[in-house]
Design a protein around this ligand. Structure first.
Ligand code: NAD
Length: 462
């Protein structure tokens, strides 16, 4: 797609207030592919005004009308799915088949789920002598990261629109073209002017202006824990609603009764899929001491097979950061069994699929979020030891448990301090609430729980 040189505000593309630009780089070959405007507080202010103006009429629409608009948006995304996949591949670097299946496919599913939920959700209920109404929170400031550029946008905008909220989006600076394409889709779907607005720009400028804006009623942020803490503090000081989807360091717990080869194979694929740039990726593989050597050999083989099929990391900074973590793992005494810190290609921000064995729970690579294609295999002695290791980080976003039967895996999963667990390779469910325990965040996205984030309750007594 061709980049827009303005902001999508009040139903039209408007010139940006300033003249600064952000260069969009293809991480596979390090070439600049486009420029978008770097928004300022003035652009954010204009977008919030447009969203406030559109709010009363949109909030007053019948749920069925909102459902129809979201269904129309889903249909535009379906019609433009190839363009979406190509755009994500160009600015994020994900291999095209992955972009088609996941980066384009998942947002279509999620948009469809909110078209249905908007129509079926109980926005009104009777409780004794009261009628309780679920009403929109108001104007939403949505701030999204680059790792799943369209999914993160749709996971906020679709439920916000279903609830009757209006939105100002500030997408990640690395992936603004996908956000512009989404704004085009909103326009094409006939969503009324001002209901959705887009301001591209830098986090500490446009992002911060949006998070601090007095005209925003709820800030929904996905990104790093460091920025999330700042946004939470700002929102708290203003007594403003906030939803935070932050980092993760998820455990893939393989119990001795599990199908080891399957658990290891799926575990490696789970991390390598988006070059490890998945907040919920199972980057710590926990294996019983009796099966440890076999698991290490299987993991090394599975990672090596990935080889060239893996995409680059998003930018030069992440490239340096991830390679730094791999060097740190070696320095702290972990044993490299696949990959390593050397860049496998001369051009592009590529990192080889990397597996570490002999990782102990306190090592940096077992504690901090690397956000690259790196798996740490950790040994445990018994189930209590596995649980202590699984729960032994500041994060609690996701995880996996494998066992001979689901009941055994469920019993373990119920003891994990984490928001989402896949049992024996359970499939992705777009209606299942997603979000973190501990420092992985506040609030939930997807399904009816995700919709509830954008609603506030009013009760009338009779
Ligand atoms: P980031 O926090 O640097 O940026 C996320 C977004 O916040 C971007 O749009 C950025 O421009 C904006 N931002 C940056 N500084 C800001 C500020 N001071 N005020 C307001 N906005 C600001 O994170 P990132 O590097 O883009 O993304 C990677 C991180 O996101 C990882 O830690 C990952 O785990 C996390 N993540 C979490 C989830 C989840 O659902 N829990 C999903 C995807 C990514």
């Amino acid at each position: 797609m061709k980049a827009h040189d303005g902001m999508y505000i009040g139903g039209e593309w408007r010139a940006a207030a300033g003249t600064d630009l952000i260069a969009v780089v293809d991480p596979a070959d390090e070439q600049v592919i486009a420029h978008v405007p770097a928004g300022t507080a003035e652009d954010v202010d204009a977008a919030v005004s447009a969203a406030r103006e559109a709010l009363p009429a949109w909030a007053a629409t019948l749920p069925a009308e909102r459902a129809a608009k979201i269904a129309a948006l889903r249909d535009v995304l379906v019609a433009r799915k190839d363009e979406i996949a190509e755009t994500v591949t160009a600015e994020l670097g994900a291999p095209l088949p992955f972009s088609q299946a996941v980066h384009a496919g998942v947002p279509i599913l999620v948009a469809g789920s909110y078209a249905e939920l908007a129509a079926s959700y109980a926005f009104e209920e009777k409780v004794g002598n009261s009628t309780v109404y679920a009403e929109p929170v108001g104007v939403v400031g949505a701030i999204t990261p680059w790792n799943y550029p369209l999914h993160q946008i749709v996971a906020k905008v679709a439920p916000a629109l279903a609830a009757g909220c209006t939105v100002v989006l500030k997408p990640a600076e690395d992936t603004p073209l996908t956000a512009q394409l989404f704004a085009e889709a909103v326009h094409e779907a006939g969503i009324p002017a001002g209901v959705f607005n887009l301001v591209t720009g830098l986090g500490p400028v446009a992002g911060q202006a949006l998070a601090e804006h007095g005209g925003v009623d709820l800030v929904s942020f996905t990104g790093s824990t460091a920025v999330g803490k700042q946004i939470g503090a700002t929102a708290g000081a203003a007594v403003k609603r906030v939803a935070l989807e932050l980092g993760g360091k998820s455990a893939n717990v393989i119990l001795p009764s599990a199908d080891l080869a399957k658990a290891v194979g799926v575990g490696i694929a789970n991390v390598m899929g988006n070059s490890g740039q998945t907040c919920s990726a199972w980057t710590r593989m926990l294996v019983h001491t009796s099966q440890y050597d076999e698991a290490v050999a299987l993991a090394a083989e599975a990672a090596a097979k990935y080889g060239d099929r893996i995409g680059p990391l998003v930018n030069a900074k992440q490239h340096a950061r991830v390679r730094g973590y791999i060097e740190k793992g070696v320095a702290e005494g972990a044993r490299l069994v696949a990959g390593g810190p050397e860049a496998p290609r001369e051009q592009g921000y590529f990192v080889s699929p990397t597996v570490f064995a002999d990782v102990t729970p306190e090592m940096t690579i077992a504690q901090e979020e690397i956000f690259g294609p790196v798996v740490s295999i950790i040994r445990y002695e018994d189930e209590d030891d596995a649980l202590r290791i699984a729960n032994g980080t500041v994060y609690g976003l996701a995880g996996a448990v494998w066992a001979g039967d689901d009941a055994e895996a469920v019993a373990f999963a119920r003891r994990m301090d984490t928001g989402q667990v896949d049992i024996n390779g359970g499939r992705f469910n777009p209606l299942a609430p997603f979000g973190g325990y501990k420092q992985s965040g506040v609030g939930r996205e997807l399904g009816s729980h995700g919709l509830a984030e954008y609603l506030q309750t009013k009760s009338l007594q009779f």
